[in-house]
Design a protein. Structure first.
Length: 140
């Protein structure tokens, strides 16, 4: 499917006031242009320092990710990616779901492949652990 196709669907969803569908179509248009990664994400339990509330799975959350890159002093160089939870409206503390990741700088993520593990951060402690299950390149 082309970017134009997804943008047309997004406009139709907007006109019908279907906000989540509009956001999904915009997400898919972005994927066509930039590619995406699919992963299985497990959120850390709140007892172990994880988040205490659920978040909306519609691509608004933009957590930081430890994808294996390091700064000059050896610290993790965190990268930002939007997150869409597949088949669920939200993801709660300690839960696991398949997700789609839309890196804001896709070139930084090109080294990842299925089986690689990345770590989600919303603050200093790790908030989630994700295993890459699929890497989808741009389709334009």
């Amino acid at each position: 499917m082309s970017v134009d196709f997804w943008e047309l669907l997004a406009e139709a969803a907007r006109q019908m006031m279907l906000e989540r569908s509009r956001r999904w179509c915009q997400w898919r248009a972005w994927e066509v242009q930039h590619g995406t990664l699919r992963a299985t994400l497990s959120l850390v339990d709140p007892k172990e320092g994880g988040r205490r509330t659920a978040f909306s799975g519609d691509g608004r959350l933009r957590p930081m990710w430890d994808i294996g890159s390091r700064t000059a002093d050896g610290e993790p160089a965190l990268s930002v990616a939007k997150l869409w939870v597949e088949f669920e409206p939200q993801l709660g503390p300690g839960e696991t779901a398949d997700v789609r990741l839309a890196p804001l700088q896709p070139e930084q993520w090109q080294h990842l492949k299925p089986g690689d593990v990345v770590f989600m951060h919303e603050a200093r402690p790790v908030a989630g652990i994700a295993e890459i299950i699929e890497v989808l390149p741009p389709r334009v």
